[in-house]
Design a protein around this ligand. Structure first.
Ligand code: GDP
Length: 424
């Protein structure tokens, strides 16, 4: 069955790299947090002279402040960490099939697609632990429930949405592996509808791990499509860009198609490797795919739900195109999880290392000072003991001298008394 053509069935998904790394780094920061809390408690429990500036102090007021400050930093990082995910954004001209590609990857018709569903806003699909789908708009924190695709479609085309705003669709994780494995999908308005590219990049792309350009295999890349990626690559260092030559089902039956395909491939490789310089030629070749999102979606829906495939939905040679789509997903998954682990977790790891290093230094300082403090006290005590001992000895000596003197005095008196008696 086509179901077994890739897309995560029956094998460990590459996305687990990110999922596991996220779990581990969260655990590590939980440990660091406990350590920071303990250190904070220790510092707070010290008496004022121990954390003052005097001789007695074992920790300086600045260091005491540093320890307290670490708690705030760790809380901040942990907060960001729980929200970290992998993000893929889709760009291309209207009707190239962006929504259909996303639906095919999610194996469900989540985004409305087709004529009349052009929106000027960004639509993000992300996983939710809720069993009910809902929608969040920028103007409120209150999720609105989505009963049906129709309802969503009419909400999106109601005209009330601000241009370049973001709508978040919270879709049950239980229904979709990619959402469960922490990928967030972002669909953009057509790049041909007078976009404010700088705003798009600032608002939506700076945290993207992968960019997918959904191109139309029936025409070559347009300058507007290229311009956007030039801007992206001037802002982000070496963005990961995939190119989907979509609607390949329509093109493939045409004459001289092999030549056309080679032309597309050459152009795309040239664009990625020489113009954008985001990949070398060999890597670039692995970033271009000739697919049919529509066929992939239709056949997956049929596999998953038993909905019969409509007549003529699958054109001759569809298996190869569906296989190519799954191939794209395999490469995409490996790329996005590797890239997200690196970009998202590397900086947290560095900050975590710095914090534990600094904290260790502060605590070691305190430990050394408190040891010195203890030694000083012991020395003082010893000195006092020594003094007492001498005093004791002196007293001893003194008392012996006194005793001797008294003895002598007594003897003298005795002698005098005796001689006086003899004289009588
Ligand atoms: P978007 O505006 O880029 O999001 O494009 P849509 O996903 O809404 O697709 C526009 C129209 O093209 C819809 O009617 C889709 O069914 C159709 N479409 C999308 N992908 C393909 C494909 O690979 N082959 C064919 N023949 N039609 C497609």
């Amino acid at each position: 069955s086509l179901r077994n053509l890739g897309n995560g069935h029956g094998r460990e998904s590459a996305l687990q790299l990110f999922v596991q790394a996220k779990k581990r780094i969260n655990d590590i920061f939980k440990d660091i947090d406990e350590y920071v809390v303990d250190a904070g408690k220790f510092v707070q429990g010290l008496s004022p002279e121990l954390k003052g500036v005097g001789e007695e102090a074992i920790i300086s007021p600045e260091n005491a402040q540093v320890v307290v400050g670490f708690k705030v930093k760790i809380d901040g990082i942990r907060e960001v960490l729980t929200r970290d995910h992998m993000k893929v954004v889709f760009f291309g001209r209207t009707s190239n099939g962006k929504s259909t590609v996303i639906n095919a990857m999610l194996r469900e018709k989540i985004l409305p697609s087709g004529i009349g569903h052009t929106t000027h806003c960004f639509i993000q699909v992300e996983g939710s632990d809720n069993e009910e789908a809902s929608m969040l708009t920028e103007d409120s924190n209150q999720p609105k429930s989505i009963q049906s695709l129709k309802q969503l479609a009419s909400a999106l085309s109601s005209g009330k949405l601000k241009e370049n705003s973001l709508i978040r669709i919270l879709w049950p994780k239980s229904k979709c592996r990619l959402l469960r494995e922490d990928i967030v999908f972002l669909d953009s308005p057509g790049i041909d509808v007078s976009p404010d590219l700088d705003l798009w990049i600032d608002k939506f792309c700076l945290d993207a791990d992968v960019f997918v350009l959904v191109a139309n295999a029936e025409s070559t890349l347009m300058q507007t499509e290229k311009n956007f990626f030039h801007k992206v690559s001037s802002r982000l260092s070496k963005p990961n860009v995939f190119v989907l030559q979509n609607r390949w089902d329509v093109s493939e039956s045409e004459e001289d198609i092999d030549k056309v395909k080679q032309q597309h491939l050459d152009n795309n490789i040239q664009f990625l490797s020489e113009e954008l310089q985001v990949a070398d030629k060999r890597e670039a070749k692995d970033r271009v795919f000739f697919v049919s999102a529509r066929e992939t979606l239709v056949s997956r829906l049929q596999d998953d739900t038993g909905i019969p495939t409509p007549d003529r939905a699958l054109l001759p040679g569809f298996q190869a195109r569906i296989f190519e789509f799954a191939n794209f997903e395999t490469k995409f998954e490996a790329c996005i999880s590797k890239s997200a682990v690196k970009t998202k977790f590397e900086q947290h790891t560095d900050r975590g290392k710095n914090i534990t290093f600094e904290l260790k230094k502060v605590m070691e300082d305190a430990f050394t000072s408190s040891n010195q403090h203890l030694e000083r006290q012991q020395r003082l005590r010893q000195e006092r003991l020594d003094e007492l001992e001498t005093l004791d000895k002196q007293l001893d000596l003194l008392s012996r001298e006194v005793k001797a003197k008294i003895k002598v005095m007594v003897e003298t008196v005795e002698r005098k008394v005796a001689s006086a008696l003899n004289d009588e």
